[in-house]
Design a protein around this ligand. Structure first.
Ligand SMILES: Cc1cc2nc3c(=O)[nH]c(=O)nc-3n(C[C@H](O)[C@H](O)[C@H](O)COP(=O)(O)OP(=O)(O)OC[C@H]3O[C@@H](n4cnc5c(N)ncnc54)[C@H](O)[C@@H]3O)c2cc1C
Length: 389
């Protein structure tokens, strides 16, 4: 009997995790990735809770810890760089249960774990999908068309599989009133602190994160959806950043200059993906493509845990992928729904909209750190854990 075959679009966090687990369930896996190689994004993400257990089962935790950051606190700073409050981000116990790691490094480690057993095609995309009762015909940008038992879109916020199977992304993406940009800095971390430094103006946040080897800066600002916004138009992104940050204090001029000159600027609208259903027949969605919770959520951890659930269900019903996809959705939505709700609350604390809001947040932070609280209660990136089950 032929092995069941699955095509995965996207080699970010969700795609290689799914590939690793499917191969071990006896499935033939092909992964297509649009990028020529794995992109190096400096923004750190958390692997924690059940996702750390997934990493343990994959045998990659020591690799993740080697590249993990050593951030233990967030310092709120004023225009002159003076510390206003310092909030521990993780207790000693938390440190054992999570790894904070640059997103690009996480994707690379997952890819290295999966690449020997699955077929990976870089610089490749699916351009058309046509399903019938027996399978899905996939047309590629470069390779010859091929037939698969099922197709999974793990191709992120701007998923091409979602567009082809479900319709235009405007039907599913909900702008959350924020834009985010990240950029690497030229300096090494040797001279800097292990704390994240966070500076605010009303509706604007600027953070410097001591990613190992090469720190990163993150710009996060409030704005209604910009008409004609294009997540691939770097010139437009630079104009938006300058308009939002010009005249700002602390390290704003230097970091803005860096954003306007680097060739590695990441910029996107912060958006949620909300869909009534994550699958149509044999075509399904995973990770940000199905249920992005914006950068304020637990996107990477959820993507990894969801991949295992999907692999389990596809392995349990090899002849009936449509049923497997529905079962995976029923189980995994219980994890994504609460995280999407928490993201809205979190953005108010990270980027207060008014001067009064900043003062109130800072006062709460001082009080909180004085009584020994950790930032989980104040800062959104540590929102609800991705529960098991
Ligand atoms: C600034 C920022 C900070 C974040 N912070 C955190 C955090 O602290 N904690 C956390 O858990 N999460 C965080 N996230 C979210 C996290 O990065 C994502 O939720 C997570 O990476 C989702 O994984 P994914 O595999 O679904 O998507 P992605 O990692 O985005 O991967 C999608 C992949 O698909 C590829 N692709 C796209 N289109 C195509 C196509 N047409 N054909 C083939 N391939 C394609 C892309 O190149 C990419 O490799 C953050 C995100 C951002 C932007």
């Amino acid at each position: 009997m032929n092995r069941p075959s699955v095509l995965i679009s996207g080699a970010g966090v969700a795609g290689p995790t799914l590939a690793w687990w499917l191969v071990r369930a006896g499935v033939a896996v092909t992964v297509v990735e649009r990028a020529q190689d794995l992109r190096s994004s400096g923004s750190p993400v958390d692997v924690r809770g059940p996702a750390l257990q997934v990493a343990e089962q994959m045998g990659i935790v020591s690799r993740l810890r080697e590249s993990g950051t050593r951030v233990r606190a967030v310092q709120l700073v004023d225009d002159a760089g003076r510390r206003l409050a310092r909030i521990p981000t993780a207790s000693r116990r938390d440190v054992d249960r999570q790894v904070e790691i640059p997103r690009g490094v996480l994707a690379s480690v997952l890819y290295e774990a999966a690449r020997d057993d699955a077929e990976f095609l870089f610089d490749e995309s699916v351009v058309a999908l046509d399903q019938d009762a027996g399978g899905v015909e996939a047309v590629f940008e470069h390779a010859a068309p091929r037939r698969f038992d099922s197709v999974i879109g793990a191709d992120g916020l701007h998923s091409a599989v979602r567009r082809m199977a479900f319709g235009p992304e405007g039907d599913f993406l909900r702008h959350m009133g924020l834009y985010v940009a990240t950029v690497f800095l030229a300096e090494s971390t040797a001279a800097t602190t292990d704390d994240v430094l966070l500076h605010n103006r009303p509706g604007r946040a600027l953070a410097v994160h001591p990613v190992l080897g090469r720190p990163g800066a993150a710009f996060m600002f409030r704005s209604p959806a910009v008409p004609g916004f294009d997540h691939r138009d770097t010139a437009q992104h630079r104009r938006l950043l300058v308009a939002a940050y010009a005249g700002g204090g602390w390290r704003t001029p230097e970091l803005l200059d860096r954003a306007c000159t680097t060739d590695d600027l990441y910029f996107d609208a912060v958006a949620e993906v909300r869909m009534a259903e994550w699958s149509i027949g044999r075509i399904g969605l995973l990770g940000d493509a199905a249920a992005a919770a914006s950068f304020l959520g637990d996107g990477s951890s959820l993507a990894m845990v969801g991949a295992v659930t999907l692999a389990e269900e596809l392995a349990a019903s090899p002849g009936d992928p449509a049923t497997a996809l529905r079962r995976y959705e029923a189980r995994h939505r219980r994890r994504t729904d609460p995280v999407q709700r928490a993201a809205v609350r979190g953005s108010r604390l990270l980027i207060p909209a008014t001067a009064g809001g900043i003062l109130a947040r800072n006062a709460a932070a001082r009080l909180w750190s004085a009584v020994g609280g950790a930032a989980q209660a104040l800062l959104p990136r540590q929102a609800a854990p991705a529960g098991a089950g």
